[in-house]
Design a protein around this ligand. Structure first.
Ligand code: Z5A
Length: 224
C-alpha cells in the first residue's frame, strides 16, 4: 500500500518540529516506517534554494518570484524524496508544504488566489497531502516562542520572522481560511497549550482521519 502523506503547517513557533518528532516516535513504535522532511528543502537542490530564500536573497524579486522559487524547490523535493518514499509504503511527515506558499506569499496581498491555485496545480502534479495539521495559536505567542528559542540557540531571525506583527496575524487568518476551504484534509489543532496536550489532540485527529496509522503496522503474513 502507498504510504500516507501528512503535513504540518502554522505560523512561527507553532511547535511543528516538536510535534513531528513526537508523532514519528508514536508511529515507529507501532511499526510504521516514517520519513521526516521539511520545506523549503528536503532534497539537496531544494536545500540550496532554501538557503537562498531564507537569507533574504529572493526578497527583492517580490512575493511572486519567491512563490516560484518555493514551487521549484517543491518539485525537486516531491521527485527526489516524497514520491519515492510514498511509493515504498513509508509515511511521510513534512514540516510545511504547499499551504505555506498560499499562506505566506498569499498574505502579501499581491498574488491572486487563482495564480496560487495554478502554481500549486503545476508544482504538485496530483500529489496532495492525505492529512494536514494546522497548528493554530495567536501570532504573539508563536513569535515569543520563536524568539526565546533563537535567544537560547544564538540564531539570527530569518527572512520571514523579520516581518511585522500584522503580517503574522494575517498569516494566522490565511491558515484558518485554508482549513475552512478544505476541511476533509485539514485538522486545526489548538497549539496554545502544553506540548503534551497538543500531542494528544494530534493523535486523536489522526485516529479519526487515518485510523490505519493508529494501529500496529500489518505485516504481509497478517494480511494473508
Ligand atoms: N515559507 C514560505 O514563505 N513559503 C513556503 O512555501 C514555505 C515556507 C514552504 C521556513 O522557516 C520559512 O519559510 C517559514 C515560512 C517560509 N517562515 N519562517 N520563518 P523554518 O523552516 O526555518 O522555520 P519554521 O517552519 O517557521 O519553524 P518555526 O516556526 O521556527 O518552529 P516550529 O517548528 O513550528 O516550532 P518548534 O521548533 O517545535 O517550537 C518553537 C519553540 O517553542 C521551541 O523552543 C519549542 O521548544 C517551543 N514549544 C514547542 N511547543 C510548545 C508548546 N506547546 N508550549 C510552549 N513551548 C513550545
Amino acid at each position: 500500500m502507498a504510504g500516507r502523506f501528512v503535513t504540518f503547517e502554522g505560523g512561527e513557533g507553532a511547535g511543528k518540529s516538536t510535534q513531528i518528532a513526537r508523532l514519528k516516535e508514536r508511529l515507529e513504535k507501532l511499526g510504521h516506517p516514517v520519513l521526516v522532511t521539511r520545506e523549503p528543502g528536503g532534497s539537496p537542490l531544494a536545500e540550496e534554494i532554501r538557503s537562498f530564500i531564507l537569507n533574504g536573497h529572493a526578497k527583492p524579486l517580490g512575493p511572486f518570484a519567491e512563490a516560484l522559487m518555493f514551487a521549484a524547490a517543491r518539485i525537486d523535493h516531491l521527485d527526489k524524496t516524497i514520491k519515492p518514499a510514498l511509493k515504498n509504503g513509508t509515511t511521510v511527515l513534512c514540516d510545511r508544504f504547499a499551504d505555506s506558499t498560499r499562506a505566506y506569499q498569499g498574505s502579501s496581498g499581491s498574488i491572486s488566489s487563482e495564480t496560487i491555485d495554478e502554481l500549486e496545480r503545476v508544482a504538485l502534479a496530483g500529489t496532495k497531502p492525505d492529512l494536514t495539521f494546522i497548528l493554530d495559536l495567536p501570532a504573539e505567542v508563536g513569535l515569543s516562542r520563536a524568539g526565546e528559542r533563537q535567544a537560547r540557540k544564538g540564531e539570527a531571525m530569518d527572512r520571514f520572522e523579520d516581518e511585522g506583527l500584522s503580517f503574522h496575524r494575517a498569516l494566522r487568518q490565511a491558515y484558518l481560511a485554508i482549513a475552512e476551504s478544505d476541511p476533509q484534509r485539514c485538522a486545526v489543532i489548538n497549539a496554545d497549550q502544553a506540548a503534551e496536550d497538543v500531542e494528544m489532540a494530534i493523535w486523536a485527529a489522526l485516529q479519526e482521519r487515518l485510523p490505519e496509522l493508529a494501529e500496529p503496522q500489518k505485516r504481509p503474513l497478517d494480511v494473508a
